[in-house]
Every structure is written in structure tokens, then in C-alpha cells.
Design a protein around this ligand. Structure first.
Ligand code: FES
Ligand code: FES
Length: 151
């Protein structure tokens, strides 16, 4: 059935079953492949997007549950000041190794800084806890978040 979505400020219409995970709509229907499939069961964070600013796992989000809420993906996060700072810090700290997890990492970091502009180490650990990195770039991720936050 046709479902209307607002993604990165643009209206999109997709013809899918309502219980289709948002992740597959983004990747397969809209060709927005920045959001990654990792585990498919909410355990790795690779598929993290924002819905009305909240970080959610797109693999566990039925597309029909989004409604009129605003979706932000890694393709759009650089339009926000926080997202832009994070992307710059990611480059300066040379964070990615294979890069697979990094879109999800940046989305979780952006959600953290939007609500907690000056996070403590514990804040960062708590916010980033659900984003796994098989290349173990955790120290660089933390350093980049701190730089972006100016702490
Ligand atoms: S793919 Fe969604 S949490 Fe792993
Ligand atoms: S950079 Fe390879 S999984 Fe994180």
C-alpha cells in the first residue's frame, strides 16, 4: 500500500506492506544505502536513524509506525550543525576502519549531542553502548564526539 514519509525534509511515497522494516524501505525502495544492515535484530546499531530526533533501529521499525514523524538518515545529518561538526571531527580523527558501522555511530552521536551538548564520558558511553564496531574504533569515536562537543 502507498505510504508517505518525510525523509531529510523531502516527501517520499513508497508502495510496500505496512510491516516492512524502515531499513528495507530506505535501502531497497529509496536507494538510500548509507543506513546499513548489520544484525537485523536491534543488536548492533548499524541501521540507526532518527525519528523526530530520537535514535531508532530502522531494522525494527515497521514503516507504517512512522506516520507523519520526520525521519533523518546519515544522508541528511550533515544539514544540521551538530551533524556537520561530527562529520568534521570524524574526518579529523580518522575514525573509520572498514566504515560499515560508522553511519549508525554518527547518528547515535548526533542524537546524544542534540539533547546533551556537553556530554560526560558516562553520557557518551551510555549513548553509544548499543552501536557495535567490529573494527573496534571506539576510542576514536569517543575522541571525535568530544571534539565535536568541545569537551
Ligand atoms: S541492523 Fe538494526 S540494530 Fe543491527
Ligand atoms: S569501522 Fe568497521 S565495523 Fe566499525
Amino acid at each position: 500500500m502507498p505510504i508517505n514519509l518525510t525523509i531529510n525534509g523531502s516527501r517520499k511515497s513508497v508502495d510496500v506492506e505496512g510491516d516492512t522494516p524502515l531499513l528495507w524501505v530506505l535501502r531497497d525502495k529509496l536507494d538510500m544505502v548509507g543506513t546499513k544492515f548489520g544484525c537485523g535484530v536491534g543488536q548492533c546499531g548499524a541501521c540507526t536513524v532518527h525519528i523526530d530526533g530520537q535514535p531508532v533501529r530502522a531494522c525494527l521499525t515497521p514503516v507504517e509506525s512512522v506516520g507523519e514523524a520526520k525521519i533523518t538518515t546519515i544522508e541528511g545529518i550533515g544539514s544540521a550543525a551538530v551533524g556537520k561538526k561530527l562529520q568534521q571531527a570524524w574526518i579529523e580523527h580518522d575514525v573509520p576502519q572498514c566504515g560499515y558501522c560508522q553511519a549508525g555511530q554518527i547518528m547515535s552521536a548526533a542524537a546524544l549531542l542534540a539533547t546533551t551538548p556537553k556530554p560526560t564520558d558516562d553520557d557518551i558511553d551510555a549513548a553509544m553502548n548499543g552501536n557495535l564496531c567490529r573494527c573496534a574504533t571506539y576510542l576514536r569515536i569517543k575522541a571525535a564526539i568530544k571534539q565535536a562537543a568541545g569537551v
